[in-house]
Design a protein. Structure first.
Length: 155
C-alpha cells in the first residue's frame, strides 16, 4: 500500500515473518519482531532470525536498525539486507531465550553504531539534539510504575 506521495506503507502485523534476503537473492532469514520505542514511536530495531543454512547461529537473534533494510517491491513481502555474512555474524544480538529487558538505551546505541548510524534523536524534538543514555535512563525511570517490580519492555 502506498500513501498519496508514493511512500510504501505496511501494516505492522504483516512485518513479522517477512522473508529477508541479501542482494544476491539468498534467503538470510525472517523478521521476528519490530521493537518500537514507546516514547518516540520510532522503530528502535528489528529482530532478525537467521536461517541456520545462512549462518550456523541458530540460537541467536540479531538486532538490526530499521534503516538498514530495504523493501523489495518486485518480490512480495521481502526485505533486502545488504550486509555481508561476517558483519552479520558479529553484529549485536541476543539469545532466543534471553531477550533484552528494562532500559535498552546502551544496547540500541551499540546496534546503531555497529551499522554506522548515530544515536536516536531526542524525543522532545524541541532540543534538536541527541538524547544521552543517562537522560533516556532517567526518562525510563520516571515513567516506570514503582509498584510493578516485574515491569519489562518485552513481555
Amino acid at each position: 500500500m502506498k500513501d498519496e506521495i508514493g511512500n510504501l506503507l505496511m501494516k505492522a502485523s504483516n512485518i513479522n515473518g517477512t522473508t529477508v534476503k541479501n542482494p544476491a537473492d539468498e534467503t538470510i532469514g525472517e523478521i521476528k519482531e519490530v521493537m518500537l520505542d514507546t516514547l518516540t514511536g520510532e522503530a528502535a530495531y528489528v529482530v532478525l532470525s537467521v536461517n541456520t543454512g545462512f549462518l550456523n547461529l541458530g540460537s541467536k537473534y540479531f538486532a538490526v536498525p530499521w534503516e538498514v533494510f530495504k523493501f523489495d517491491s518486485v518480490q512480495d513481502d521481502v526485505f533486502i539486507l545488504d550486509v555481508d555474512k561476517e558483519k552479520l555474524e558479529n553484529s549485536p544480538g541476543f539469545d532466543k531465550d534471553n531477550w533484552p529487558t528494562g532500559p535498552q538505551a546502551e544496547f540500541i546505541a551499540k546496534v546503531r553504531k555497529y551499522y554506522g548510524y548515530g544515536a536516536r534523536r531526542d524525543p522532545s524534538h524541541d532540543k534538536g539534539g541527541v538524547e544521552s543514555i543517562e537522560t533516556q535512563r532517567e526518562n525510563y525511570e520516571s515513567r516506570r510504575d514503582p509498584a510493578n517490580k516485574q515491569s519489562e519492555f518485552l513481555g
